[in-house]
Ligand binder design. Structure first.
Ligand SMILES: Cc1ncc(COP(=O)(O)O)c(C=O)c1O
Length: 404
């Protein structure tokens, strides 16, 4: 057989924006810590044993046998949109089917909104420590990022937003995760939510509200999403990834109905449409009425896991450390003494104690790294393993402190 020489990719002229593009630090780390035997608090993974596989399997089977549109191209599935309107009502948001736009996960929602709102070289407001997916979504546009800091008890700094707007900046949008921030685990206070939507309305600032964790609440009163406080300036992103399963790759946007035709064209450029099979199977699953009970079971189990991690941190971590106390979501953010570099710590933790986390710098905007911070996920391990993993991690931290 004739062997073709490897293609000289160094001679290929790539689009200019890709020169600043690195492989996602987060993905690289996740690949390293996915080795067998590693007890991982690294990924943002739901608990696989909680997936409603049997019920979803029945729905999928029913759709495959009885629905002739299941394997065909087709428009967004209207019965699924009706279910999403009901789900949004449970989240305190009133919207119509015309305002619901089905996406292939919240990540695609972010990508299409970015394409809709952001010009190349335009401005956007992001938190200094923020979900890496938004940094990836904006990077092709090489924007000027206006960074804002985040208070670990009350959420993003709304005064900093007001300052930018007061100075005359008119960014394309502000991205926020008001409920259960990834990676910080903080939820925005009601006062800040109200202040932010008022600013948005006053200055005409579009807000992208990313809410994949909004249904996963373990204590306290559920606060209204930004979209419930302002229907005009807030684009809401929802997802089935954390309440059903990420492999479905199904989410939604709530956006002004008159923008849906434009969003449709943008989405068509990317993937034509979200899988008809998945849309119809999820709608069939939702028809059974099993979702509310499933979410209740998720909240009970994840609440137990969060409590297990918080008490293990209390028991084992050094007094110099502090961490967030999330009332919902999947993550705890830990600050260690300033001289500890969590990238180095990860190496030692993986090799000596076979335990993993994500160092804080993976989530930082350029120039805003927190080298002494780390993110822990609590949804993917049982309480016993959480206790064991936090104890092992604390051994490595203590050793590092002792050696300094
Ligand atoms: C804040 C945030 N937004 C969006 C996503 C992506 O969600 P999806 O799986 O629906 O694309 C994630 C996934 O972890 C996330 O944490």
């Amino acid at each position: 057989m004739l062997k073709t020489p490897p293609f000289p990719t160094q001679d290929l002229c790539l689009a200019r924006w890709t020169s600043g593009m690195n492989r996602s630090v987060l993905r690289q780390m996740l690949a390293v810590v996915a080795r067998p035997g590693i007890l991982s608090f690294a990924g943002g993974l739901p608990a696989p044993e909680m997936f409603p596989a049997a019920d979803y399997g029945c729905a999928l089977n029913q759709v495959l046998t009885a629905d002739s549109g299941a394997l065909q191209y087709g428009p967004p599935f209207a019965p699924l949109k009706r279910h999403i309107v009901d789900l949004m009502t449970r989240r305190g948001v009133t919207c119509s089917e015309e305002q619901v736009f089905i996406t292939t996960g919240a990540q695609q929602g972010l990508a299409v909104l970015t394409r809709l709102l952001l010009d190349p070289g335009g401005e956007a407001i992001l938190e200094e420590i923020v979900y890496t997916g938004v940094q990836q979504a904006v990077s092709p546009y090489q924007p000027r990022i206006l960074p804002i800091d985040t208070n670990l008890y009350t959420g993003l700094n709304v005064d900093a937003v007001a300052n930018y707007l007061g100075q005359g900046h008119r960014p394309a949008f502000l991205y926020a995760i008001p409920e259960a921030h990834n990676p910080l685990g903080v939820s925005m206070s009601l006062a800040k939510r109200q202040q932010l939507v008022e600013l948005a309305a006053r200055y005409g600032l579009p807000l992208i509200e990313d809410d994949p964790y909004g249904f996963l609440r373990y204590e306290g009163k559920l606060l209204p999403p930004l979209r419930a406080l302002n229907a005009d300036w807030v684009f809401y992103l929802g997802s089935f990834s954390k309440i059903l399963a990420p492999a479905l790759r199904l989410g939604w946007l709530v956006a002004p109905a008159d923008l849906v035709p434009k969003l449709t064209v943008i989405k068509e450029m990317e993937d034509l449409e979200s899988s008809q099979l998945t849309q119809r199977a999820v709608a069939a699953y939702l028809d059974t009425g099993h979702l509310p009970g499933h979410i209740e079971r998720l909240c009970a189990e994840y609440g137990r896991r969060r409590d297990a991690m918080l008490s293990a941190l209390e028991r084992y971590f050094p007094v110099e450390a502090c961490w967030t106390h999330p009332s919902n979501g999947m993550f705890i953010w830990v600050e260690l003494p300033p001289h500890i570099n969590t990238a180095d710590l990860l190496e030692t933790a993986v090799t000596q104690e076979q335990v993993a986390f994500i160092p804080g710098h993976a989530f930082a905007l350029p120039g805003h790294a927190r080298h002494n911070c780390l993110r822990l996920n609590f949804s993917n391990c049982t309480p016993d393993r959480i206790e064991d993993g936090i104890r092992r991690l604390s051994n490595v931290i203590q050793l590092t402190i002792d050696n300094c």
